[in-house]
Design a protein around this ligand. Structure first.
Ligand code: THU
Length: 132
């Protein structure tokens, strides 16, 4: 199953436009692609109590799990139009791993900021990650 990088990044870019980020002004969009051909998106949602803010990737994983997804995660695209470079925060790496580990996949991760696109595998971003 190959995922079109530009299409997934474009979905992440569109998702970033729906970010609710009045406190940080830092919009993030995430798009997840699955082996069955499905795709979903999310964006960060902040709170007046700053620490309660939710990252785009975490919301995307929650959407996936509540849609019944249990693995099959093949690609993750992130868009951070307000920064040069973007990569998932540490907490999101762990949250993404929970979904990926359900079927032992190691999804590709594309992060696009205003300076360009970077590419990793989730295992590079979180080596020796904690799983059940
Ligand atoms: N944020 C994400 O959505 N994903 C990340 O991986 C890093 C940070 C959000 C959280 C907060 O709304 C804003 O970016 C600034 O930290």
């Amino acid at each position: 199953m190959s995922v079109d990088k530009q299409s997934l990044l474009s979905a992440a870019r569109a998702a970033a436009e729906q970010a609710y980020a009045p406190y940080s002004q830092f919009r993030v969009g995430a798009a997840l692609a699955f082996a069955d051909g499905s795709m979903l998106t999310a964006a960060n949602v902040e709170n007046a109590s700053y620490g309660l803010s939710l990252c785009a990737e975490t919301i995307a994983v929650a959407k996936a799990m509540t849609d019944g997804k249990r693995g099959g995660l093949v690609a993750i695209a992130l868009s951070g139009p307000d920064v040069d470079l973007i990569s998932p925060c540490g907490r999101c790496r762990q949250v993404l791993l929970e979904l990926a580990a359900l079927d032992g996949s190691d999804p590709v991760v594309w992060g696009e900021g205003s300076a360009g696109i970077r590419e990793w595998r989730l295992s590079q971003l979180l080596p020796d990650g904690f799983t059940a």
